[in-house]
Design a binder for this molecule. Structure first.
Ligand SMILES: OC[C@H]1O[C@H](O[C@H]2O[C@H](CO)[C@@H](O)[C@H](O)[C@H]2O)[C@H](O)[C@@H](O)[C@@H]1O
Length: 594
């Protein structure tokens, strides 16, 4: 029986993340970084591509599971005929080496538990050598080495390229497994104490979540989204990944499978805006510094996506030995969108820097200079067609959302100069640019007959990104053209009450075969637009429905298929959780209007 995407829970250490199913099987983990090769890749194949299952012998899915409040520590519990047992999973925040800690605890009776470890380095393809050293199991293959130990030590044996153990626990008895990765040419790193690490992990996460301002309905779900967004940050550099997975499909069996383990300027800035709005400023500072390093150099060379440390080359290739999630091939590593021109990112970066300044982030002269040089590039290039925010693989177009975001870039520069007299810049030049873009979009991107903005100049198609127009300030929410657009997009892109991002069926715009599910962040955008245009009751109803789509541990993938009731696409995805946080704040946050 294939594992639904929503069966997975996330643990992570702010450098990488693992996905664990309700049956106790860890099916996805890249070590040592989010973008490293996976050493557990069963998610995109089967157990032979690497997994680590700890569960009562002969049991299937756990009886219940939940994160410990305000943390990224996961408890899964099984009730069996022989008694009950809990497995607590987490990744301690890293000292030097990444660890996965799995603590088995007897709750009642006497339960036999099994651990089955199949390590497969390099995306499920390399079976390592296993040895016993000082009572530890050690796996080595090429650059990678993994140590497995347990406290107390339990008997372990090798069979069929796997490492197995079986033991019993009674009420109050614990067995802690620690799996540690390190480069194979280095000595083994210091051992972590699993119980101390658990305490630290809980204290750290709770100290972090205590800074959240939100007190409205569904607080736990909002906190879970914020923790998920934080878990997608790569702490050593401040970069933020769009999701910890590659190639979870947008259509089961289809080809729309992409690698999201990189730092998109768009996804990262939107993540930050959500974190800052909820009261988290430190991440904004770390990301701004990441940005300054990543884009340093010529503004013409700005990319829309970088590696975790600002790496520029992310060549896309197919991992042909992995069969893909439920046969959805190809599995991709790298992302070909890296070379695309997407004008909206200039607006998103400018808006994020503007919001962070307003929220009190210490200004850096570098950041303002960067903003000005990006604007200079935009002044010369905003009239060019681009790939748009959906990274269309079809021909370049004059996407309306891209142009609106170019307007945002100019607008935020003007506002900054108006509000911060200590900063220097040619305000008249940016005002002119802002007005010019506005004029053109209203003339060429608006269909007066249908009273709606369109996907691109001259098109009859619509696009969910148009729902963002009132939020950007491009036109006021009560402008008839905005209300007309919200209504038209809502009617045309509706799929069982949720939003498609555009119509993909028979559509040549995205250049890809097949279809996809509803794009979750777009439904949150609809809720925001309904609220801004005075339809708060409908916005709240939609928000309730969307919160109900989160899985049992509060996680959302990129897309949702309302017909099969399944989550689709990479998981958990920053975009979807950003949507949840922003809509909750708009509807119920301290500044919410009724
Ligand atoms: O739809 C085709 C494109 O799909 C991916 O892009 C999407 O994910 C990005 C990361 O979350 C997001 O920034 C973008 O708005 C989404 O459309 C994929 O990364 C692209 O390569 C692909 O062309």
């Amino acid at each position: 029986m294939p594992r639904p995407i929503e069966d997975l829970a996330l643990i992570g250490d702010l450098q990488t993340a693992a996905l664990i199913g309700s049956d106790g099987s860890l099916d996805w983990l890249c070590l040592p970084r989010f973008d490293s090769a996976a050493c557990f890749a069963a998610l995109l194949g089967d157990e032979e591509n690497g997994h680590w299952r700890i569960a009562p012998k002969d049991a299937n899915a756990c009886t219940r599971r939940a994160y410990r409040p305000d943390s990224l520590v996961l408890d899964s519990e099984w009730d069996t005929e022989d008694g009950s047992v809990r497995v607590t999973d987490f990744m301690p925040q890293r000292d030097r080496a990444p660890d996965v800690v799995r603590i088995v605890e007897g709750l009642s009776g006497r339960v036999t538990v099994r651990s089955t470890l199949r390590l497969r380095f390099d995306y499920g393809s390399v079976v390592p050598w296993m040895r016993q050293v000082d009572g530890h199991r050690v796996a080595v293959a090429g650059p990678d080495s993994i140590w497995l130990r347990s406290e107390p030590a339990v008997h372990t044996w090798g069979h069929a390229y796997g490492t197995h153990s079986e033991f019993t626990v009674e009420e109050g008895e614990k067995v802690a497994f620690v799996l540690t990765w390190h480069p194979s040419h280095e000595p083994r790193p210091a051992l972590v104490d699993p119980y101390e690490a658990l305490e630290h992990s809980l204290v750290d996460w709770r100290a972090w979540t205590a800074r959240c301002h939100y007190e409205g309905p569904h607080r736990d779900t909002v906190i879970r989204s914020l923790i998920t967004l934080k878990a997608l940050t790569y702490a050593p550099t401040g970069g933020i990944v769009a999701a910890p997975t590659t190639s979870l499909p947008e259509e089961i069996g289809g080809v729309r499978n992409w690698d999201y383990r990189y730092c998109w300027l768009r996804d990262s800035t939107l993540t930050l805006n959500a974190l800052v709005a909820a009261g988290f400023l430190e991440e904004a500072e770390a990301w701004r510094d990441w940005l300054l390093r990543a884009v340093a150099g010529n503004a013409d060379d700005l990319q829309i996506v970088y590696g975790l440390a600002g790496e520029r080359r992310l060549p896309e290739y197919e991992v042909d030995w992995l069969p893909g999630y439920e046969g959805s091939r190809p599995v991709h590593v790298g992302n070909g969108a890296v070379d695309q021109l997407q004008l909206d990112v200039y607006g998103e970066v400018a808006d994020s820097l503007y919001l962070a300044r307003k929220a009190g982030l210490h200004s850096r002269p570098h950041a303002w200079n960067l903003q000005l040089s990006l604007l200079q590039f935009l002044r010369e290039n905003w009239r060019a067609p681009d790939k748009g925010l959906w990274e269309m693989r079809g021909p370049d177009r004059h996407f309306v959302h891209s142009k609106v975001m170019a307007w945002v870039a100019a607008d935020r520069a003007v506002r900054t100069l108006e509000e911060q007299p200590d900063l220097r810049g040619d305000i008249e030049c940016w005002r002119e640019l802002r007005d010019e873009i506005h004029r053109e979009v209203c003339e060429r991107g608006y269909d007066a007959e249908r009273n709606t903005f369109t996907q691109y100049y001259g098109s009859t198609e619509l696009d969910a990104s148009l729902l963002l127009i009132p939020r950007t300030g491009f036109l006021p929410p009560d402008d008839p053209r905005v209300i007309g657009t919200v209504d038209a997009v809502r009617a045309e892109l509706d799929h069982h009450g949720l939003m498609l991002r555009y119509t993909s069926a028979g559509n040549t715009v995205d250049g890809l075969p097949g279809e996809e599910g509803t794009f979750l962040v777009c439904s949150f955008w609809l809720a925001d637009a309904l609220h801004m245009t005075g339809r708060t009751k409908e916005a709240r109803e939609l928000f309730e429905r969307l919160v109900g789509l989160c899985n049992d541990v509060g996680l959302l993938a990129e897309e949702y298929d309302p017909v099969s009731d399944r989550q689709l696409g990479n998981y958990p995805q920053a975009f979807s959780h950003i949507g949840l946080v922003n809509t909750a704040l708009a509807l119920y946050g301290a500044d919410a209007r009724d």
